[in-house]
Design a protein around this ligand. Structure first.
Ligand SMILES: Nc1ncnc2c1ncn2[C@@H]1O[C@H](COP(=O)(O)OP(=O)(O)OP(=O)(O)O)[C@@H](O)[C@H]1O
Length: 417
């Protein structure tokens, strides 16, 4: 069977379309997936979130044909998967589940090499690919290549499972609660890693979870599903938080929209205050002068490599008898520019003076955020979201009105002839 263009290995991503997709398992009176139509754009992460048993896993399994639909179809890269050879199809769609599904008798490297081997890749290319994949998921190839799954932690097993799913460079990755069985701290870490990997690879990812916070964090778009996979809302996380379609969606999203909004924004996206700074090599007199002139009553002292080192307040130098080594308070927490505003808020709230230094890639000083900046920012964000939601609703209403008008005109025209 020929390989459809949209599904060739090496293709960055492919659109996934569900068209009136339905599944009724034998013996069950109701379909578990009922007439679902949904388009997942190439390169996007779509998260399916909904109550237990609403058919999320069944949808994923219909995409890679582990389950055959009873109605409708799935297209990947424009091609009907029902017309493809299921084994070939599965080689080109990565699949990661809650239980890693690694083969226990095979080493990590053998597990990752599985699909490239079945696809007939030359040995040297497979070896290089295994190393590359381990590197990508943050595992040292030398340390992990020859280990067996039983010797790995739950989090490490899921990393290997992701490496295996991506090994043959599939355009589509299906993830069924991949982090559901690991502890919350590891889950948090793995979610961050997935965001980083997706930032590099731009695959089309269909991710299933029943954790709404996970959906908010990972999804470019979220499909909130009711029973039988009826779509309650399919939208960006921002729209779902600020403009939920109905009570079911807002109930699922839970409270705390403002806090969740903080998780969606990065520190680099907000105005970071420029703080008065000096470096440890600057003359003492200059430090005195700057402190005296500072409206913040405080300066941030940077080390020789420009990294935040000490907070220095007026009087500190005097009390330390002019010794810079003894004066001030060491900076013990910083946040990178890529951190979320929620992380920044956490750091600011635990800081005794209510502010935290922001750093760039190499730990260099980039600015300071404080409680006031964060409060103002979240107010502005929520306000902007609300305005946008209102504009969208207005545009939709206008479109509908124009449509109705055109239809009426059409009907009128029909009567005249
Ligand atoms: N092979 C099967 N045969 C019969 N019924 C099935 C089969 N697989 C799943 N079901 C039923 O279909 C419904 C949907 O299951 P599915 O696993 O797709 O839901 P889900 O939303 O992924 O659930 P969860 O979040 O609990 O994993 C459930 O009622 C389940 O019992």
């Amino acid at each position: 069977m020929s390989e459809p263009a949209g599904l060739q290995s090496g293709t960055t991503a492919a659109t996934v379309e569900l068209e009136q997709l339905t599944k009724r398992y034998p013996g069950s009176p109701q379909p578990v997936v009922d007439n679902v139509t949904l388009t997942i754009r190439a390169g996007e992460t779509a998260v399916l979130v909904g109550p237990s048993g609403c058919g999320k896993s069944t949808i994923l399994k219909m995409i890679n044909r582990l389950v055959e639909p009873t109605g409708g179809r799935v297209r990947v890269g424009g091609e009907d998967v029902g017309a493809m050879d299921p084994v070939g199809l599965r080689r080109r769609i990565g699949y990661v589940t809650r239980a890693s599904g690694l083969f226990p008798h095979m080493t990590v490297a053998q597990n990752i090499a599985l699909v490239p081997e079945m696809s007939g890749w030359p040995r040297a290319r497979i070896r290089a690919r295994v190393e590359e994949m381990l590197d990508l998921v943050g595992l040292d190839p030398v340390e992990f290549r020859d280990r067996h799954p039983r010797g790995l932690s739950g989090g490490q097993r899921q990393r290997v499972a992701v490496a295996r799913a991506l090994a043959a460079d599939p355009p589509v990755l299906l993830m069924d609660e991949p982090f559901g069985a690991v502890d919350p701290v590891t889950r948090d870490h793995l979610q961050g890693e997935l965001i980083r990997v997706q930032g590099e690879l731009h695959k089309t990812i269909v991710f299933v979870t029943h954790d709404f916070d996970e959906a908010i964090r990972l999804g470019d778009r979220i499909a909130v599903l009711r029973e039988r996979s009826h779509i309650a809302q399919y939208d960006t996380p921002e729209s779902i938080l600020t403009n939920p379609a109905d009570d079911f969606v807002s109930g699922f999203a839970g409270g705390g929209a403002a806090l969740k909004r903080l998780s969606l924004t990065r520190v680099r996206e907000v105005d970071i205050a420029a703080y008065p700074t000096l470096t440890v090599d600057d003359p003492l007199q200059e430090i005195f002068n700057k402190l005296r002139a500072s409206v913040t009553n405080e300066i941030l002292l940077l080390d020789q490599r420009g990294r935040p080192y000490k907070w220095l307040r007026r009087g500190d130098l005097m009390r330390a008898k002019g010794s810079l080594a003894r004066a001030g308070t060491l900076v013990n927490d910083t946040v990178p520019r890529d951190a979320t505003l929620r992380d920044a808020l956490e750091a600011v709230l635990t800081d005794s003076a209510g502010r935290v230094a922001v750093t760039g890639r190499r730990g260099e000083y980039a600015g300071v955020v404080d409680v006031e900046t964060l409060m103002n920012t979240v107010h502005e964000l929520l306000e902007a979201d609300r305005l946008e939601a209102m504009e969208t609703r207005h545009a939709l209403e206008e479109m509908r009105a124009t449509q109705t008008h055109a239809e009426q005109e059409g009907e009128g025209g029909g009567q005249m002839t």
